[in-house]
Design a protein around this ligand. Structure first.
Ligand SMILES: Cc1ncc(COP(=O)(O)O)c(C=O)c1O
Length: 360
């Protein structure tokens, strides 16, 4: 528990909170926050630099508050004929999108799954929203009847699904998402599908369902597949009514001119920016096979990371041994499991070697 001075009027609900975030350690191979390991292509850096030079002279002005150009470009990227800028909202990372969703729509209770992305309950807490989580089944799939029962009992205004799920990597079938969307028809509720890792998965996106189920809203990000985590761009794909609610809670001019311009440059170069996705997927599959050969149980993943178990040491001890080899992976706080982000082939090789010695 933090030692707050008496004069500090910290909210009662936050008094016991710890600061969220993975350890930041220098000079290690970073395989802990599911970033894309590849730097921006040279030609994109040049385009970005030129663009910044052009817009810099107008930085005395506020940005386009509604980020229309960016939202249109995102709609085009998704290339679905039923989507326009009106269906898209953009913010500083999908975490900010999630926060805006809570601010606008966490009316009654919120229901999520466990284990899943820990920032969902974290934002519930800081926005003073009620949060209940349903445990995933032993194979980390969703217990749909249990979720439906919880929805019946608590009548939530928000339901969160993450696919591919973080930290497990598991993919939720589109048919299951449809079942949940059908179940909430007639209720005042939104089904939020967090698809931060969608581009690494072969399952269809829930975006397709939006035209028939306007209660589905899909959260996406440029942090992973676009290798653009440092810029902070996330977006929501939803019915225009959902976007209207977010406009009420967003801070005025929340998305800087620099951010909007950088994102537009990236979207102008989608093929280049996403050219390493295939390699990351093949490395994920290779790593899965190699780790299985070491006797580990690796959960099937549709994302750019693997969640694994079946080792003798405590999670924290194995995490430390691997760190002693200069490789930082993630202990998500689930005993017996660790998560590793897929790096470059060289980084993955070093991880495998460190794992081999650390398991002995
Ligand atoms: C499931 C999920 N959603 C959202 C995010 C947030 O990403 P960002 O705020 O960088 O868009 C992450 C980041 O790791 C994530 O794992």
């Amino acid at each position: 528990m933090a030692n707050w001075p008496n004069w500090l009027p910290i909210k009662e609900s936050l008094r016991d909170n710890k600061v969220y975030g993975a350890p930041q350690i220098q000079d290690v191979i970073k395989l802990n926050t599911n970033e894309n390991p590849y730097q921006l292509p040279k030609s994109v850096i040049t385009e970005l630099t030129n663009e910044i030079e052009i817009i810099a002279k107008n930085l005395n002005r506020y940005p386009d508050r509604d980020a229309i150009k960016l939202r249109s470009a995102l709609a085009e990227y998704l290339s679905k004929d039923f989507l326009t800028a009106e269906n898209i909202w953009a913010a500083n990372g999908s975490n900010e999108i999630l926060q805006q969703i809570f601010l606008a729509y966490a009316n009654s209770s919120c229901v999520g799954l466990s284990p899943s992305y820990s920032v969902h309950p974290l934002i519930a807490k800081i926005t003073n929203s009620d949060w209940t989580a349903i445990s995933l089944k032993e194979d980390f799939t969703i217990d749909i009847p249990a979720l439906h029962k919880k929805i019946e009992e608590t009548n939530p205004s928000l339901i969160f699904i993450t696919s591919p799920n973080n930290p497990t990597g598991g993919v939720v079938k589109l048919s299951d998402i449809k079942k949940i969307a059908e179940f909430i028809q007639g209720r005042s509720a939104l089904l939020i599908v967090d698809e931060a890792y969608a581009e690494f998965s072969s399952e269809k996106s829930a975006i397709e369902l939006i035209k028939d189920f306007p209660q589905i809203a899909v959260v996406r990000t440029m942090s992973k597949a676009f290798a653009f985590a440092g810029v902070r761009v996330g977006y929501l794909v939803a019915d225009p009514n959902v976007i209207s609610g977010l406009k009420i809670v967003r801070l005025p001019y929340h998305l800087s001119t620099l951010t909007q311009a950088a994102a537009l440059v990236a979207l102008n170069n989608v093929k280049l920016m996403q050219s390493e996705i295939e390699l990351i997927i093949s490395e994920r599959n290779r790593l899965h096979a190699e780790m299985t050969k070491l006797g580990l149980k690796v959960i099937d993943s549709g994302a750019n990371f693997l969640f694994f178990t079946g080792f003798q040491p405590k999670s924290q001890d194995l995490w430390q041994r691997i760190l002693d080899h200069g490789i930082l992976i993630r202990d998500v706080g689930i005993e017996g499991f660790l998560r590793v982000t897929i790096g470059t082939p060289e980084e993955n090789e070093q991880f495998l070697n460190s794992l081999k010695t650390s398991l002995r």
